[in-house]
Design a protein around this ligand. Sequence first.
Ligand code: ATP
Length: 516
Amino acid sequence: MATQDEIFKKLIAHCKEYGFVFPSSDIYDGLSAVYDYGQNGVELKNNIKQYWWNSMTLLHENIVGIDAAIFMHPTTWKASGHVDAFNDPLIDNRDSKKRYRADVLIEDQIAKYDEKINKEVEKARKRFGDSFDEEMFKQTNARVKEHIEKRDALHERYSVAMNAMDLNELKQIILDEEIVCPISGTRNWTDVRQFNLMFSTEMGSTADGTMKVYLRPETAQGIFVNFLNVQKTGRMKVPFGIAQIGKAFRNEIVARQFIFRMREFEQMEMQFFVRPGEEMKWFEHWKQFRLRWHKALGLGDHKYRFHDHEKLAHYANAATDIEFEMPFGFKEVEGIHSRTNFDLSQHAKYSGKKIEYFDPELNQSYTPYVIETSIGVDRMFLSIMCAAYEEQQLEGGDVRTVLHLPAVLAPVKVAILPLTKKDGLPEKAREIMNELKFKFKAQYDEKDAIGKRYRRQDAIGTPFCVTIDHDTLTDGTVTVRDRDTMQQERIAIAELSNYIDQRVNMQNLYRKLMAE
Ligand code: ATP
C-alpha cells in the first residue's frame, strides 16, 4: 500500500502529466509557490468558479457580484489593518538555513500530542470493543491524562502568546518544547521576527513621483470600499451580499504542499451585510449553507469538518473554517467569519466618508455588520483532485488511474471515439461531435486501441465515452461507457444529448442545494 505522502506525490505528477497544473515558468525551473493551470486544469477551475458564482448570484436574489481591481488605494490597507497587522511570526534554523512560521511549528507540536492521544484511544477501543467509553478512558488512563494535560497547557500558552503577539514567548515555547528543525534536526533557532505578507510595488513614473501600492492580499476589501456604490446603484436592502472572484497575493513564508499554499492564488469571497445584532443568526446560516455546498458535490460527507477559531482576528467576533481531509490531514479550504462592522467603520474613518445604511423598516441608520464566506479556488481544486484520484486495481491484475471528478465539474464531459479509423466511422463520429459540442465540452479521439483511449479519458476524469461502431451506421445507436463503473450501455444517438445533460448539468446541483 502506498503511503498518503506517496499518493500525494503521484497526484502532483499526474496534474502535470495530464495538463492540470504546471509549475510557473517551468522552462526556467519554476517559481516557488506559483503555478499555472493547463488545458484541463483551467476547465476544472472555471467549473468550480461557475458553481460558486451561480450558487451565490443566481440562487440568491439578494446577492450581486462585482469585479474590483487588484490595485487599490494604499490607504485601504492602512484602514483594513493589513499594513500594521498582516504579519506572520517567522523563525530560522541556523544550521539548515530553513525558514519556518513559529506558529506552525507550535501547532504541529500540538498536533503531535493529539496524535499520541488518538493512538492510545484507538488502541483501547480495539481492546475493549463495544463496551468502550472514550470519555471515561480519557479521564482515567494515566498516560493519556498526561498527554492531554501537556497538550492543553501548551495550547493555552500558545494562545496567550499569539493573542499578544509575544515573539519572545513564541521562541521560548519552541525551546521549551524542544522542537527541532525537520531538516537539520537541531534546536539552533534565531529569534522570532514579524514578517508582513503583502507584496508591494510602485505606481506612476518617477517624474511624477511614485506611490507605493500593494497587490491585494484578499479580495474582501474591494467589496467593502464599493459597499455604498453597490448598495445605492443596486437599491440593495439589508440583508444583502456582494460576491467576488479574483486573484490575491501573499508573500507566504513557507510555501508547501503544492497549490495548497501559493503566493499568487484566487479567492471567491462573499460579504453579507446584516443588521447589527443579527450577525450570529446569519453566521450560523452561512456556515450551514457553505457546508451543504461542499457536500452536494458528493466527494464524501465524512471528509468535511468545522474547525472553530480560538484566536480571532482583530476584526472578528466569530470564525470557523471548513476543513477537508487532504492526504496531509484535515486542512482549511474555506473560512466563515463574522467581521462585525470593523471594515466599514475603518473605511469610514480613514476616508472621511459616511458609510451607513438607512433601514426603512427600523427608520434608523447604522453601519451594517458583515458575515464573510471566503474560499480559495486553488484549495478547492486541490481538495477535489485529492478526493478524485485513484489508482484502481482491476480484475486480471491491470491498474488504471482514474479521476472520479464530480461529472458537473469535469473538464471534458464526453469523449467521442470511433472504433476504427475506416468504414465511415470517423465521419459518423464527427457528425455526433459537431452536434454535442454546442452543449458540452467534447473531445474527439481516433488514435490507438479503444482501451488505451478509455484510459486517457479516465486519467482526466471524463465521465462519458461514446463509441461509434459498425452497428451505429445501421441502427443509429452508440455505446456509452461510464467512467466509474466502466459499464457500457447502448443508446440511440437521438437520446445522447439528453442522457449526458441529465448527468452533467449544474442545474441539478443547484436544485439539490436549495432543496435541503
Ligand atoms: P492559512 O491559515 O492557511 O494561511 P488563512 O486563514 O490566512 O489561511 P484566509 O485569510 O481566511 O486564510 O483566506 C481565505 C481562504 O483563502 C482560505 O480558506 C484558503 O482557501 C485561501 N487561501 C489563503 N491563503 C492562501 C494561499 N497562500 N494559497 C492558496 N489559498 C489560500
